[in-house]
Design a protein around this ligand. Sequence first.
Ligand code: ZN
Ligand code: ZN
Length: 327
Amino acid sequence: MHAMVLNKLKTPLEWTELPDREPGPQEIRVKVLACGVCRTDLHVVDGELPNPQIPIIPGHEIVGRIDALGTEVKNLALGERVGIPWLGHTDGTCPYCLMHRENLCDHPLFTGYTRDGGYATATVADARFAFPLGEKGSDISIAPLLCAGLIGWRSLVIAGEAKKIGFYGFGAAAHILNQVARWQGRSVYAFTRPGDAHGQTFALGQGAVWAGGSDQMPPEKLDAAIIFAPVGGLVPLALRAVRKGGRVVCAGIHMSDIPSFPYGKLWEERELLSVANLTRKDGLDFLNLAPQIGIVTKTTRYALQQANQALADLRAGRFEGAAVLVP
Ligand SMILES: [Zn+2]
Ligand SMILES: [Zn+2]
């Protein structure tokens, strides 16, 4: 097999030939068909997340086809198309797993961070954490659903019943969640980098009722806001934009420091909370719903060997929607 490997933090990935791995008893090996590029991959490469496995093959939005099965795998079959997400393993026994919050497991493994991921021609995954995908939809269009979609979905659920919802950062996750939110009958307010007229036009074209810079106030107060951009300075801005009792959800795994702000911005029962990882239930709920909604993902395709270019383009905001690597 071949892979784009991160051998040292903050250095380019290297195209590498590796021996094929055999799956363990509860694992599957898949031939990778497509792998989405997530902002978290940038945080891994940049060394912004603690204790990565190094060397590591990044990538946790994997669409693949099973070509080898572990001896104990019963729920999946050879040749089946599956999705492999960020949550790669949990212990099943810690207090968080037992309270059905496996996203907070004390001993997890994360795909493309602490176990090898999908920037490769093949990968091995824990079968219990892979989702059957069926045959509907193209590999490339499904890949971004596996993180941007799933963790965005969890963020939207946590945002609650909000009718008027703001998205700070209108990238891969927001462009998917915008479709879910509108299907649910919500109004979406899109906040981009100040002055990003192109991004605002894109958001309006996707059906947002309003688009503006993150430094602007929406025309009316919001019921909730989700912050997708990894910018701590957005937290006080989002709190200012939500009504009394409104909720601000931070969806990212990493964020720059949050500047201090007067207590008055939080007062009146506004809530500020974060979303971490996903549970398998989030994945099943969302992947069942996605075909009903008819989610259309906007993707930019790169060859697997162009992974460094895809990461650079993501960093610079050079494409709309999501980048997807294809071996
Ligand atoms: Zn656990
Ligand atoms: Zn991700």
